[in-house]
Design a protein around this ligand. Structure first.
Ligand SMILES: Nc1ncnc2c1ncn2[C@@H]1O[C@H](COP(=O)(O)OP(=O)(O)OP(=O)(O)O)[C@@H](O)[C@H]1O
Ligand SMILES: [Mg+2]
Length: 311
């Protein structure tokens, strides 16, 4: 799959995702050991995109399970297609005469009907949800279990079993088992502590805000229209804001959004006025915007200039 750690770095870059050697090493090991990766870290640092990029790099479609409070096995594993079953009931009703043709007594008729019941609960009417889907499809599969911390602890416990043997039992049909262990990425924003048992089954990866140089490269790659000076200034500003005591510091997402918006406004370089007017793109809480406004002159004075100064 990935012959080396360098290959992970290169293929991820080819799919517009920059990763450090540390991240690439964990991905490489997970692909060799077929152990799930648990990615933790603040919002907007590329946790979900890591899963998406992994699928693209392997050349398969990502199977994604978005977690939320109340998520249960039906939504994660499988459901019966009631509408289709109902339609089938209708057809059966129309054909009841043919089905029961030649039967003698009541017992024989009931027995004949029972054979029809098996069809109702067969693969024909089984609707695979992400976990079953990943098992039923052949070949390498990439499964993203996004925001596992939002699911209830009961679901997490159920997931433990799934992650150890990758098999699913459907009582009416039997057991499905993955022919090849899928590559699994779980993400968490740490809204609650995950169980030790889950952590033990996974390779752990903590994604943090990137260093300035790396973030500049990400913005340059994703928003080339921003130009080199504006890109460096945006990243420097975002890093300055991250040092402040804010309710919600800006993430890579906000750096990208800001650069895109400024490029759209044909801004070549930042100054106090343009920062003040567009601060709402970077900070999402009014208290943060107010706090940051006071610091604009100081932050702008530290920005790199066209001549390559400041920094
Ligand atoms: N290393 C990276 N290389 C390229 N783009 C990145 C990188 N890290 C993050 N991004 C970009 O930053 C944005 C946010 O990433 P993503 O949605 O994956 O974050 P997240 O950690 O899942 O956030 P949340 O916790 O809010 O779900 C995306 O546009 C993603 O492409
Ligand atoms: Mg995400």
């Amino acid at each position: 799959m990935f012959p080396s750690i360098d290959d992970v770095v290169e293929r991820f870059r080819a799919h517009q995702y920059l990763c450090s050697r540390n991240v690439a090493t964990v991905v490489f090991l997970a692909s060799k050991l077929r152990r799930p990766i648990l990615v933790e870290g603040p919002a907007g640092v590329g946790k979900t995109d890591l899963g998406q990029t992994l699928a693209r790099s392997v050349g398969v479609e990502l199977v994604r399970l978005q977690c939320y409070e109340g998520l249960d096995e039906t939504k994660a594993l499988y459901e019966w297609e009631y509408a289709k079953q109902l339609l089938y009931t209708q057809i059966l009703k129309d054909k009841i005469g043919e089905v029961l043709a030649g039967t003698g007594g009541l017992r024989e008729s009931v027995e004949r009907l029972t054979t029809q019941e098996d069809v109702f609960f067969s693969e024909r009417f089984l609707l695979s949800r992400p976990l079953l889907k990943v098992i039923r499809e052949g070949g390498v599969q990439v499964l993203l279990i996004d925001e596992i911390d939002k699911a209830d602890p009961e679901f997490e416990a159920f997931l433990l079993e799934f992650l150890s043997d990758f098999q699913v039992s459907v009582p009416e049909i039997g057991t499905f088992k993955a022919k090849e262990r899928p590559l699994v990425i779980l993400t968490s924003n740490n809204t609650r502590e995950l169980s030790d048992a889950l952590k033990r089954r996974c390779l752990h990866l903590f994604l943090d805000f990137p260093e300035e140089a790396m973030e500049t490269e990400i913005v340059r790659m994703k928003v080339p229209e921003a130009g080199p000076l504006l890109t460096r200034q945006v990243v420097k500003m975002v890093h300055g804001l991250r040092e402040m005591d804010l309710k919600k510091v800006p993430s890579i997402s906000e750096a990208l959004d800001w650069a895109r918006a400024l490029a759209l406004l044909n801004v070549g370089a930042l100054d106090d006025a343009i920062v003040r007017d567009t601060l709402g793109l970077v900070l999402k809480h009014e208290v943060d915007v107010k706090k940051a406004r006071e610091q604009i002159p100081r932050l702008v004075s530290r920005l790199p200039s066209a001549a390559g100064g400041a920094e």
